[in-house]
Design a protein around this ligand. Structure first.
Ligand code: TYD
Length: 396
C-alpha cells in the first residue's frame, strides 16, 4: 500500500524552460500535483502522478552530463574502475546523455541508449553506436538480435525516471550475459532525509531509491546486490553493483549489509520516518521564505545560481517570484534567456560580471557548492554570500 507523506503542491514540468514567461494557472493542463508516497510493502518511494516519458524526454532535453567538472571527473574515474574490475567486451549505457561516460571507452565496445534525440545525436556524431529510443523490452530484444548479449549494463540517474520498473529490469535481465553486471546509480533517499533535500522530487524523479527498495525490487528478476558505493554526486547518491543471484563467482561485499543496516537504523522501513520528513519540509519552506523576506526588507539583491530542476521544485513549492530572486545564472547554453519553470524569473547565461552588485546568491545547484565556491572566490572575497536550503535554510 502506497501512503502519502509529502505534498509539494501544483508544479510545472521541471526541465521545461520556456522562451517567454507564461502565467500558469491550476486550471491549465501544464500543472500537476507533486505528491510523494511510500510503499510499505516494497519500501519504494514514488510520485503519485506519473507524467508519460514521451512528454518529459523529447528532442529538447536541456540537461547535459558534461556540464560540470565534478561530473566529468566522476565518470572518468568510473570508467577506469569498470575496465579494471569487469573488463567488459560490450558495455551498454541506458541514458547515455551527451556521452560524458562512454567517451572514456573504445567506440567498438559501447552501445548507447538515449531517448532524447538532441542528446543521441551527439554520441552518434562522435561515432558511438546509439539507439535513440526508450529503454523497454522491444528495444532490449532489438539489441539482443544484433549483439546477442552484453557484459556490463550501466545507468546513472535514469532508471528512477522510468515509469515501469518491472519492464526496466526484465529488459536488463533479457540482455545481460550469465556473468553479466548491472551498475546503477541514483540519488539516495537516506541522503534526502539527512539533507532534507525535498527538491530531489520533481516530475522526472518518479522514484527515489534506497538500498532497501532496490534489494527487494531486483530480487524479483533473479538479481542481487553485491556491492554499494557512496557518491557525492547529485547531492548524495548510491552506486549499486548487481549480479545474477545464481552467479556464485562474485563475492557479496559487506558494503551491502552495512548500507541496509544504516537505512534500517534511520527507520527507512517505517512510514513514521517519512511523515516526519514531510513535516520538516513544511518548516524548511517557512524558514526559507522568512530568510529571503528579511534580506529583501533591507533592499539587498538576491540571484539564483544553477537553474536546476531541483530549484524549480523549490520556487514553485515556496512560491518564490522575481521580487525575491532577480534572475538565475547558468552555464547551460539551452537554458539561456529562458524562464524558470512556472516563474517569471529569467535565466541568464553565466558570466562572472552577473555577480557584480549582488549581495546573496541562492544555490539552485547546491550539489555543486564545492565547485561553485572555488569558482566564485572573488565574489566571496568582496563580501558576497550564498544561501541554501540544504540541510536547513541558511546563509553560508
Ligand atoms: P544539476 O544539479 O545536475 O541539476 P538538476 O536538478 O537539474 O538535475 O544541474 C546543475 C545545473 O547547474 C546545470 O544547469 C548547470 C548549472 N551549473 C552552473 O551554471 N555553473 C556551475 O558551476 C555548475 C557546477 C553548474
Amino acid at each position: 500500500m502506497i501512503k502519502k507523506f509529502l505534498d509539494l503542491g501544483y508544479q510545472p514540468l521541471a526541465n521545461k524552460y520556456l522562451k517567454s514567461y507564461k502565467k500558469l494557472s491550476i486550471k491549465k493542463k501544464e500543472l500537476y500535483r507533486l505528491t510523494v508516497g511510500f510503499d510499505t510493502k516494497t519500501k519504494l518511494v514514488s510520485l503519485f502522478n506519473k507524467i508519460p516519458d514521451k512528454i518529459m524526454f523529447d528532442g529538447n532535453y536541456p540537461y547535459k552530463s558534461s556540464m560540470s567538472k565534478t561530473m566529468t571527473d566522476s565518470f572518468r574515474k568510473l570508467s577506469v574502475k569498470i575496465k579494471n574490475r569487469f573488463n567488459p567486451k560490450l558495455f551498454l549505457e541506458i541514458g547515455s546523455n551527451d556521452g560524458a561516460l562512454i567517451k572514456n571507452f573504445n567506440k567498438n565496445q559501447v552501445i548507447c541508449v538515449e531517448p532524447c534525440s538532441n542528446l543521441a545525436k551527439i554520441t552518434k556524431r562522435k561515432g558511438y553506436f546509439t539507439y535513440n529510443d526508450y529503454w523497454d523490452l522491444n528495444l532490449s530484444n532489438k539489441i539482443k538480435s544484433k549483439f546477442n548479449s552484453v557484459d556490463v549494463i550501466y545507468s546513472a540517474n535514469t532508471l528512477t525516471h522510468i515509469n515501469d520498473l518491472n519492464q526496466v529490469f526484465k529488459s536488463i535481465s533479457n540482455l545481460l550475459t550469465q556473468d553479466g553486471i548491472l551498475i546503477i546509480e541514483d540519488p539516495s533517499f537516506l541522503e534526502c532525509i539527512k539533507k532534507l533535500s525535498y527538491d530531489q522530487f520533481y516530475n522526472e524523479h518518479i522514484y527515489i531509491f534506497s538500498a532497501l527498495s532496490v534489494k527487494k525490487l531486483i530480487n524479483e528478476f533473479g538479481l542481487e546486490l553485491f556491492d554499494i558505493e557512496k557518491l557525492d554526486t547529485h547531492g548524495g547518491s548510491l552506486r549499486y553493483y548487481i549480479k545474477r543471484t545464481n552467479n556464485n563467482k562474485i563475492k557479496i561485499e559487506n558494503t551491502v549489509s552495512k548500507q541496509i543496516l544504516t537505512e534500517l537504523k534511520f527507520g527507512l522501513d517505517n512510514f513514521s520516518t517519512y511523515l516526519k520528513f514531510g513535516n520538516s519540509v513544511k518548516k524548511s519552506k517557512n524558514d526559507l521564505l522568512k530568510l529571503l523576506k528579511t534580506i529583501k526588507k533591507k533592499n539587498q539583491k538576491i540571484i539564483g545560481y544553477g537553474a536546476t530542476a531541483k530549484a524549480s521544485t523549490v520556487l514553485n513549492y515556496c512560491n518564490i517570484e522575481n521580487d525575491m530572486i532577480d534572475y538565475f545564472v547558468d552555464t547551460t547554453p539551452d537554458k539561456k534567456n529562458r524562464y524558470m519553470p512556472g516563474k517569471n524569473i529569467k535565466i541568464k547565461k553565466y558570466e562572472k560580471k552577473l555577480l557584480n552588485n549582488v549581495d546573496y546568491v541562492y544555490l539552485g545547484a547546491w550539489n555543486f557548492s564545492k565547485e561553485i565556491f572555488k569558482k566564485e572566490k572573488k565574489f566571496i572575497k568582496k563580501g558576497g554570500k550564498f544561501i541554501t536550503h540544504v540541510p536547513s535554510p541558511r546563509i553560508i
